[in-house]
Design a protein. Sequence first.
Length: 100
Amino acid sequence: MNKLKKRWGIKTNFQLTIIFIVFAITGSASAWLSKPFCLWLGITDDYLGLWFTPVRLLLIFPIYQILLVAIGFLFGQFKFFWNFEKKMLKRLGLTFLFKS
């Protein structure tokens, strides 16, 4: 855990625990929210067949990104998750989104 705390710049075990909780809540919430979002967009298993799962996973990605920062904010870890988000999107080649 100390390597992870050092890598992420975290000082306390409590902060690390909060960050793990935010990751867990965000993952579950984004998967849960993707179902009604797909229905709202008219994306169903009957309509797409084998393509339903890959399309749903593509939809989960932006939901996850938004929820990660929002839930991180609610748990008082906005700065950590905002920096985490910027680093992840830059690694995906989406550098045009952030100018820092």
